[in-house]
Structure formats: C-alpha cells, structure tokens
Design a protein around this ligand. Structure first.
Ligand code: ADP
Length: 394
C-alpha cells in the first residue's frame, strides 16, 4: 500500500512516498518558492536527484506537479494507488494527544490554534486542502508535533504565572519535535530491549529540543509555549528573562514584533557569534580562533548539558542519552563537548566510537554509567506508520 507523507510550509512542500508496511521510500522531494517567482523542485528517485524549475503559483499546482512526476516516473500508474496522505501538523494544542483522521472538525481546530502557531498551522492547512482537492480518495491523517508531549504532568507543563492565563488563554508548555522524540523513544527502547527505559532524547538541529522519556512517554521537554523556548538554537534565543523584551523596546524604539523577530531570527548561534547560525561555520570559526564563535559554542553546549542534568534527575537516572537531528547526528565535536561535561555523573564518551556521522552508533565506553547513542531521526516514517494504522483499522 502506498502512503504519502507531507510537510507543508508557507512556501514549501516536502514529501515522501512509502510502500507500507515495508516502510520502503519509493520517491521523495521538496517543492520550494511556492507562490513566489522562481519556483523550483527536487526529486530523489533510485538514488538520483533531479532538479527542475517551474513556476508554482500555489500549493495545489505543486501537488498537481508532484502527481504528474509520480506518473511520469512510473512510481504509480493511477492516483487510487495512494491510499493515505499523512500531514505533519505543528500545533494540536491540548486537544490532540495522537494523530487523527482529518475531518472538518480537525481543520477548524487546527485553524483556531493558528494564534499559537501563526507561521505553521495556516501553511499546514493549505497543504491539507491541496491534497483533498487533488487526491480526493486518499485518507488524510494529521500528525501533530505537540501530541507526543501531551503526557506531561501539570507540574511540568504549567508556568508559574497567574493560573487564569492557562485556563483562559492556553498559556502552558506544549513542546514540539514530537514525531522525532517519539521515533527516538521507540527506536531506543528497541535497541535496549526495554520498553520502560529512561531516555534523554537530544534533537539538536537548526531548532533544538530535549525530551525526558520514560515508559515510551514524554515526561518533560525543553520547548514550551512556542518553539522559541529552552535551548539556545541556530537563530533562536531559547529561554531568556521575559523582562528583557520591554527593556529593549524602550532602549531601541523597536516594536514588539521587531524584538520577537530578533529573538527568533537573530539570536542563538548567530546572535552570539556574529558569524553564522550553522554549527559547521561556528566550528570553522572556532578553529580559526574566533572568540565570539567559541563563546557561542560554549554557551550552546552548556544549555544542553544543563537540560540533560535536569532530566537525569527528573527521570531518577537514565538508561540512554541519544543525539539526533543535524547537529546531533553530524557534529562529533559538539557531542564530545556535551558528554565530557557529564563526567561527574559517570557518563563517558569513547572518542573513537564518537567519530561517526549520520548513522546509528553507541558512542559511550563500556564502563559509562549511561549508554550514549547517535540515532538518525525519522519523522516521516512515524507519519507513514500512523497513517497506515488508520487505513488498516478502517
Ligand atoms: P532543522 O531544524 O531545520 O530540521 P536539521 O536537523 O536539518 O535542521 O539541522 C540543520 C543543522 O545541522 C545545520 O544548520 C547545521 O548546523 C547542522 N549540521 C548539519 N551537518 C553538520 C555537520 N556535518 N557538522 C556539524 N553540523 C552539521
């Protein structure tokens, strides 16, 4: 059975077509600059990458183009072969603790939640609409970034602010990267052969979050009300004292949107180093003796270490620490700096085993108190699995 996974942004659309339940990726690709001049798309098929230019007026045109490519490349002969389309949806609020079949009620709820995710939810829904129009016989399933974290206890997800902010306005920690942390929870439990394992999942890429997992469930996570909470990231500040915001507004004359933009787009690695938001550039600048890049790297590592230590206690110890996403999977030096700071907990890195990129590996020593792994994440396969389950159970 063929299942398509979709991640729709405001001007982009990423997809993967799976043969399920084998979980075989048949074709994948990305459409970019949708609704902008100079539309472009890339397709990966049989190990080959094809790049094409085409004006993509809207998401529906992108989906039409995608279907034509599937037929031209003989991946499908008829549209009816696609039984399900699984959409990554960013914010499901408190309503969705699991993936759902997308009906009118879900669309309304996701739309109502746009206030909490103005960049993501409306764009996700445009994607849903484009597939409803172009692949009308497929079952559409929504998989939320927030759903996995709905198992957090109230004492973890509430902020110490007036209680009615939560009751009236939904102010609480939601957490994000749920599909990724859930994948890491499943895969690590499988590797350890222990469904009850205490796992600290470190998803560190452009955005980053850490999740404390026990019995396969999210106990706590570093992102909060929005994805600009917790860790220092590529361009995001992570946690700061909220009072800095009005102070900077007064000092610079910037308005609220400007300052929020600074915190989302001009902070983190980029803001501190003044060099780049990309950890590869930071590593190069550190090697060249750039002091602010070194400062940015030290701060970045320290925030991650702090969360790992916090979750180690919150979980009552840990069975595994896992690194995933762009930085976590690829940057041996960042992993080394983090794990070496955890030595007081008896956690020990094997520098040779740590010399890996983008592949599953145990990187701790045999006598380390906690096993440390690199596990490439796979959010799409989680979406494909959930979508497949709905079709199987129909
Ligand atoms: P996103 O949060 O956008 O999904 P990714 O998980 O793809 O991001 O992570 C992207 C980041 O991963 C890049 O900005 C870069 O900092 C980092 N990265 C990718 N490859 C490497 C590498 N070989 N060494 C160090 N960092 C890397």
């Amino acid at each position: 059975m063929k299942i398509l996974t979709v991640n729709a942004g405001s001007s982009s659309l990423k997809f993967k077509l799976y043969e399920m339940p084998e979980e075989k990726v048949l074709i994948s690709g990305t459409f970019e600059r949708i609704g902008l001049p100079g539309g472009i798309y890339t397709i990966k098929l049989n190990g080959e990458k094809i790049k094409k230019e085409k004006d993509l007026k809207d998401h529906s045109i992108a989906v039409e183009t995608l279907i034509q490519e599937l037929i031209d490349n003989k991946v499908i002969t008829s549209l009816d072969e696609i039984k399900g389309v699984g959409h990554r949806l960013v914010h499901g609020g408190e309503k969705y603790a699991h993936s759902v079949i997308i009906d009118d009620d879900v669309i309304k709820t996701v739309s109502d939640l746009s206030e909490l995710a103005p960049l993501h939810n409306p764009a996700n829904l445009i994607g849903v609409d484009a597939f409803k129009k172009n692949v009308p016989n497929a079952l559409e399933v929504g998989c939320f970034d927030t759903a996995f974290h709905q198992t957090m206890a109230k004492k973890e997800f509430l902020y110490p602010v007036p209680y009615e902010w939560y009751e009236k306005y939904g102010v609480r920690k939601y957490g994000f990267h749920g599909m990724s942390h859930n994948y890491i929870a499943n895969r690590t439990a499988e590797i350890l052969n222990n469904p009850h394992a205490r796992i600290i999942s470190c998803h560190i890429g452009n955005g980053g979050s850490i999740c404390a997992i026990k019995d396969g469930k999210s106990i706590d996570t570093s992102m909060g009300f929005t994805p600009n909470a917790g860790l220092m990231m590529g361009t995001r500040s992570g946690d700061i004292d909220a009072t800095i915001i009005p102070y900077i507004m007064k000092k610079t004359g910037e308005n609220l949107d400007d300052v929020i933009n600074d915190l989302n787009k001009k902070s983190g690695y980029l803001g501190v180093s003044g060099v780049s938001s990309d950890s590869r550039d930071i590593e190069e600048a550190v090697a060249d003796g750039n002091e602010r890049a070194k400062l940015a790297q030290d701060m970045y590592v320290e925030k991650i270490v702090n969360y790992i230590a916090e979750y180690y206690l919150e979980l009552g110890g840990a069975d595994a620490i896992v690194f995933t996403a762009g930085v976590g999977e690829n940057s041996a030096s960042t992993r080394a700096a983090i794990i070496n700071s955890l030595l007081p907990l008896g956690i020990k890195l094997d520098p040779e085993k740590n010399n890996v990129r983008g592949e599953e590996a145990l990187i701790s020593t045999d006598d380390s108190s906690v096993k440390v792994y690199v596990i490439p994440t796979d959010e799409e396969v989680m979406i494909a699995r959930d979508t497949y389950k709905f079709i199987e159970n129909k």
